[in-house]
Design a protein around this ligand. Sequence first.
Ligand code: ADP
Ligand code: MG
Length: 665
Amino acid sequence: MASESVKVVIRCRPMNQREQELHCQPVVTVDFARGQCFIQNPGAADEPPKQFTFDGAYYMDHFTEQIYNEIAYPLVEGVTEGYNGTIFAYGQTGSGKSFTMQGLPDPPSQRGIIPRAFEHIFESVQCAENTKFLVRASYLEIYNEDVRDLLGADTKRRLELREHPEKGVYVKGLSMHTVRSVAQCEHIMETGWKNRSVGFTLMNKDSSRSHSIFTISIEIYAVDERGKDHLRAGKLNLVDLAGSERQSKTGATGERLKEATKINLSLSALGNVISALVDGRCKHIPYRDSKLTRLLQDSLGGNTKTLMVACLSPADNNYDETLSTLRYANRAKNIKNKPHINEDPKDALLREYQDEIKKLKAILAQQMSPSNLSALLSNQGLLNPAQTEEKPLPPSVIQHDMEAEKQLIREEVDLDPEVAKEVALATEPGVGTEAEAQPLLAVTGSRRDCGTDSTMPVVDQQRVLARLQLLEQQVVGGEQAENRDLKEKHKRRKRYADERRKQLVAALQNEDEDSGDRVLLNVYDSIQEEVRAKSRLLEKMQRKLRAAEVEIKDLQSEFELERIDYLATIQRQERDFLLFQQLLEQVQPLIRRDCNYSNLEKIRRESCWDEDSGFWKIPKPLIMKTSLPVAHHNSPPGLGSPLNNNSAFLPTQAPETPQPRPFRL
Ligand code: ADP
Ligand code: MG
């Protein structure tokens, strides 16, 4: 299976108002033609700028439209063909991640990657012939290592990650919403966006402190020229990561500091996964270290086409963070993925829908004459596009009175509340969740064997029709694409991305012509010419050597800073741990009277960590004796009020440790 590298582009935003007021100087420059980015250390003007080469480099004046057309387009197109794709935005808070992913409605050229992807997908749906699509969307947030459904009934609920042998890692209970238009997708995006947790830090008061993943799942059912059908499934993850800055810079304290710590843990885990993947010697890839890396597992070293957009601030006061982002991005481009088309996925909902439709049609076939049935079904639109072509609609049935049918359905609704929900959904198309499309056969089947009963009453026929209609409403596409302009536009956009890639490769090849090998092996007309060429090469190599030496020094100091951050985190957590331990030891029922054996010890020994829920599973404590605590106002300060006569077993405090507060009732 062919492998391909993770694509990485950088985007440098314009100076913001604050940076302008502080008279910041720009330290980032870009060579768009070669996809290169340069950063000058403001504290060392004599040092050469550091240089990085990416799959694209965009500066202050570039629009999201151009970024999408040049680099994101082929990836999203791949998803409509059955590949998995991930686009994630990385960078410090305020660097333009949400601006790139979400964007602004105005000007239209700055609309984000997410709304552009919606438009693109539905454009592909319209252009594909003999193909039906089931498009579903979900939107989740990872906040403080908790996963929450931004579109769920309860957006505060903490969801668990699960692992499936075929599907891989997934979020249990995450709501999936069937979408049939760009407008529905946008509505979902806005609803979820409003439900994100927003924190306020000095870096940017509007910026979110959470990671969010918007996922579009597409199932594709196509019939080829020989009439053979194919089912494929692609998944597009659109990830807006939280700020990558070191916590010390954000001025965060208390709850905010806790958030920053976890955000950094999650991003550090992402960094570690990237490093492990790039370092060929690493056997173990630490995906399990954070929720983010578990969810992005397939996007990093797996079956996905991945694009990283690294967002940068141009200002000199952000030099350290910008350099760190560039290094992160530079490492990521060495990750190799193995994307392949997902053929005939086992859990395809479209297959289930199709099977159910077949059964429902069999039920109807027993009640109606073949011509009536064919007319009725054609009016509803068939799941199999090839069949639609074979059976043209008789004019009488095109006039099919939907209102009368709805009336019939309504009559039955009065009888059976269970059907009411289905019918409401079937007759009022809107955004539907997967749960709304639960099979009707399970309901009817419990009352009679629906495939064989030839005396089915008319009302049941209406229910079957309503169900059929509901199923049909889940899918989009399949019409013969008449829109020539749209198809042309689609083709042009495909070519555009290809051409841009070729230009980049050509520009970099030109640069290589000045390379060492060429200079050394060249045959020169005169010795002077040879000396000139080789001196130039020597100078170039000396510059590179100096740059490499500076890089080593920089990396060492960056590791040192990281080490200090980690140590501070460990110290803080140790203190938290001590606090909980001291509190626990004051809780009387946990300590048995026969001094040298405590329930606490037993609990600690028998507890086990549950990876999926992110909680400890603890055995029930053995409660030997309970008595009401007695308030003890005269107890010496520091020892705490004994809660009962077990006070002898309370831990004695070392003089230098903080004293527990008296526990009074
Ligand atoms: P992040 O999500 O990385 O914290 P935002 O996307 O919220 O940052 O961007 C911070 C601010 O900068 C926003 O006001 C946004 O409109 C502005 N901004 C970001 N990138 C650009 C850009 N390329 N052009 C113009 N304004 C931008
Ligand atoms: Mg943001």
